[in-house]
Design a protein around this ligand. Structure first.
Ligand code: SF4
Length: 319
């Protein structure tokens, strides 16, 4: 990957001692394994609204009308400063060109899901909230891929998320040249096999969205933004082996006339073994890469599917 995508990250995950207790929650995959591939930008919303480190823990409280961000020790309501900070900071981050955001789980400011929400005057909490900063960010910018750090400990989740980030980064780079209807179609065409492999219906839905946008005479920038928003919503669900195996069979279809019967059967068997969980994804992908190169029919469409993330991230052998 030539261009290093920018990743916003909850600052404590990058080893910054900004937590309520004056400590960090360093997530080493980010700081020691993947840091060469991304430009990481640490953001601590609680420090951003002027809180000290260390500081009292703050929590989400449902007062019956709305969910507030509260310091339970002294009753301070931090909702307004957090809302104001979140809107400003989200704009700054997106304008700087971030391609994803890794949030700290369980935090009343940064958590994406299952964050504790207390009922006012009660000690009991439900686990169905979203950190206030994360909520504002994802509401304002639903086209940017987000995840919590604990999901990245699973190789399949990590590969899928980083593939979404890379996909976003290509879209962002393309957009710097100015979107045109032709550029949107070309971007979609190059990525359609990748999309098909990750979400069975995304490709068709996106083609309909592009056609509707053009029919309505929407501005290309508007169509491109709607395209990425829809694409990232579709890609939220972790892909299963079935759609990936199906995309591999499509590549094999392109190759078939160049392969002997035995070679074709060998690839088919390897794809089937992957589908059944007997082989990692890298086994059929390597075989397909080999035949595409040997037959000189390698294309950007194939490459987007076969190499969605750089191999040096160390994830492809584990999925
Ligand atoms: S507000 Fe977010 S970045 Fe700051 S310490 Fe809490 S979880 Fe980490």
């Amino acid at each position: 990957m030539e261009h290093k995508p920018k990743l916003a990250v909850s600052a404590c995950l990058l080893g910054e001692k900004v937590r309520y207790n004056g400590e960090a929650s360093e997530f080493r995959a980010l700081t020691q394994k993947w840091n060469g591939h991304f430009e990481m930008m640490g953001v601590c919303p609680e420090v951003g609204i002027g809180m000290a480190t260390p500081r009292p823990t703050i929590r989400l409280v449902n007062n019956g009308k709305s969910i507030r961000l509260v310091n339970p020790k002294n009753g301070d309501d931090l909702t307004s400063p957090m809302l104001e900070y979140a809107q400003l900071q989200a704009d700054v981050l997106v304008e700087s060109g971030i391609c994803g955001f890794v949030f700290k789980k369980d935090s009343a400011s940064c958590g994406l899901e299952r964050v504790k929400v207390y009922r006012e005057g009660h000690t009991h909490a439900t686990h169905d909230g979203m950190g206030m900063f994360a909520k504002i960010f994802t509401t304002l910018y639903p086209h940017i891929p987000v995840i919590e750090e604990d999901q990245l400990t699973d190789a399949r989740q990590a590969e899928h998320y980083l593939a979404r980030v890379h996909f976003f980064s290509l879209w962002y780079q393309e957009g710097l040249n100015g979107w045109t209807p032709k550029a949107i179609m070309e971007f979609h065409n190059v990525n359609k096999l990748f999309l098909l492999s990750r979400s069975a219906n995304a490709k068709r839905r996106l083609e309909r969205l592009i056609a509707q946008g053009f029919d309505n005479d929407d501005r290309p920038e508007t169509v491109a933004l709607a395209y990425m928003t829809e694409a990232q919503q579709s890609l939220k669900v972790l892909t299963k082996s079935g759609p990936i195996a199906h995309a591999m069979e499509r590549v094999l279809g392109k190759l078939s006339s160049n392969l002997s019967k035995n070679e074709r059967q060998e690839v088919l068997d390897t794809i089937n073994d992957f589908r059944q969980g007997l082989l990692p994804r890298s086994a059929p992908l390597t075989l397909l890469q080999h035949h595409l190169r040997r037959c000189h029919i390698d294309t950007p469409i194939h490459q987007r599917f076969l190499s969605p993330i750089p191999q040096s991230l160390g994830l492809m052998a584990r999925v």
